[in-house]
Ligand binder design. Structure first.
Ligand code: KIV
Ligand code: ZN
Length: 512
């Protein structure tokens, strides 16, 4: 029997992007946007158009290609933000403006320096203006959980009267406890006279590890939209994880009695893509999408699962897209098979030139590694899609020498704005020597905050995927590199991070 629907609003491209180092290029947002559409999320919040010209272009590009999900742009309750959001979502088949203002005493007094009546007036003005640009307007009371319930009732009632169709009650600072948050939603629904004219939504941060529990408690109390992100990415400790929400609703349909539109087999591909693009690895024991989520270690568990899977498994790995890691291409695959597989993965390269370059990389990889999996293709295309203006540094050639009793050395040829330069250094290991050699040319002054290596698929033949996080003057970037040689992958990741640091664009954070 068909059950009532819960709206899944994905904010990976907006709140997720607010994680330090997770900022994405327009092409990266389009790629993730296409995967979110394949996952069948209802709403894709593509960014905060007033934050920077780059973010505006990214939201507009996502709005232009997505046909089967609503594309949303975030805006503070300010005229310029709302007009920018309206322009950015204009190409969408279905577009939404999401406007917000803080409603808690601490935010109103200390951050906005506005009296509650001024905040209420700004909210009504913002919603009214947004409604003149699109029919689909969402209004959020930032820091709702720490707001006075009476004031929340007044501002929400006014926002609905001004035309907001969705009312979002964020737990901006991750302070809520499930039973209290559920009670807040229930009381708002009961007390606000026109509550039946809007969908109530929740948006929970994970500072106490309760984002998913709080969101689900709110659903039991009557909320009908959940805002969440792939892998729980987001400000600070992140947002509620989409994969956990969706699989809880599905596995415990007996409790929630709500359906979503989500194609769950696209969950693991979405998780991998977001992890690859942002450089945020997924912890092995992460629910649903962690490498160990379906791995049974103890003999008793293994024995039980072999006899009857449901003794220890409440979900099937293939239902969330595991085992999709099938062999797709090999050394003898041709250009059309390569192009067809990219297109099945939702990857469109915008010119024949990019396709040829990516195919060339594929052939080089297939020479080193016999079996090419979907994950390899994603990594390969990530490298190909780096924006040309950010390619200040490119790796041309690499040589490292390690020998017992000798100090490791690395020698690199790097193209700097097209001019080849040779550099070399010693180090405590080959990666250290490589980074020191690069720094001799770049003199970036950046601090290395993270260096992590993961294998993209399994086995020693797999490509290593390296993430390098660099910080300079308060700006944090993640660089990525993939190669069958992890020292080469490290060099690529370091150069990628330097390119991102150089391609600096000023951004305004919505929370400021
Ligand atoms: O956490 C928050 O309050 C937000 C709003 C902008 C919805 O991200
Ligand atoms: Zn948020």
């Amino acid at each position: 029997m068909h059950q009532p629907q819960l709206i899944i609003f994905d904010t990976t491209l907006r709140d997720g992007e607010q994680s330090p180092g997770a900022s994405m290029t327009r092409e990266e947002k389009v790629r993730i946007g296409r995967q979110l559409e394949r996952l069948r999320v209802d709403v894709i919040e593509a960014g905060f158009p007033a934050a920077s010209p780059g973010d505006f272009e990214a939201v507009r590009a996502v709005a232009a290609v997505i046909k089967d999900s609503t594309v949303c742009g975030l805006a503070r309750a300010q005229e310029n933000d709302i007009r920018r959001a309206g322009e950015a979502i204009a190409p969408a088949v279905s577009g939404r403006i999401h406007t917000f203002i803080a409603t808690s005493p601490i935010h109103m007094q200390k951050k906005l320096r506005m009296a509650p009546e001024q905040v209420l007036e700004a909210a009504v003005k913002a919603v009214t203006l947004a409604r003149s640009l699109t029919d689909d307007v969402e209004f959020s009371c930032e820091d709702a959980v720490r707001s006075e319930p009476d004031f929340l009732c007044r501002i929400i009632e006014a926002a609905i009267r001004a035309g907001a169709r969705t009312i979002n009650i964020p737990d901006t600072v991750g302070y809520a406890i499930p039973f209290q948050y559920g009670a807040l939603i229930a009381s708002l629904l009961q007390r606000i006279p026109n509550a039946d004219q809007a969908i109530f939504s929740v948006h929970c941060h994970n500072d106490l590890g309760l984002a998913v529990s709080n969101s689900l408690a709110a659903v039991l109390a009557g909320a009908r939209q959940i805002e969440c992100t792939i892998n729980g990415l987001g400000e600070r400790a992140g947002n509620a994880a989409l994969e956990e929400i969706v699989m809880t609703l599905r596995t415990r349909r007996d409790v929630f009695q709500l359906d979503t539109r989500i194609d769950t087999t696209q969950i693991v591909p979405a998780s991998r893509l977001v992890s690859t693009i942002t450089g945020f690895p997924v912890q092995p024991n992460k629910a649903v999408v962690g490498a160990n989520a379906f791995a049974h270690e103890s003999g008793i568990h293994q024995d039980g699962v072999l006899k009857h899977r449901e003794t220890y498994e409440i979900m099937r790995a293939q239902d969330v897209g595991w085992n999709a890691n099938k062999l797709v291409l090999g050394k003898h695959s041709g250009r059309s098979a390569f192009k067809a597989r990219l297109s099945e993965l939702g990857i469109e390269l915008d010119s024949e030139l990019s396709l040829n370059a990516a195919f060339q990389r594929f052939k080089e990889l297939a020479d080193k590694k016999h079996e090419i999996f979907d994950e390899d293709l994603h990594a390969l295309v990530s490298e190909e899609l780096l924006e040309p203006q950010s390619e200040h540094y490119t790796l041309v050639a690499f040589m490292a020498h390690c020998e017992t009793g000798e100090s490791p050395t690395a020698r690199l040829v790097i193209a700097v704005a097209g001019q080849e330069q040779v550099t070399q250094s010693h180090g405590s290991g080959p990666v250290d020597a490589t980074f020191k050699a690069i720094e001799k040319i770049a003199c970036s002054g950046a601090e290395l905050q993270l260096f992590s290596v993961n294998n993209i698929t399994s086995g020693t033949e797999s490509q290593g995927e390296v993430t390098v996080r660099l910080a300079r003057s308060g700006r944090i970037v993640n660089g990525l590199g993939a190669d069958t040689d992890i020292v080469v992958a490290s060099a690529k990741a370091y150069l990628n991070a330097l390119n991102k640091l150089d391609a600096r664009t000023e951004r305004v954070s919505p929370q400021l």
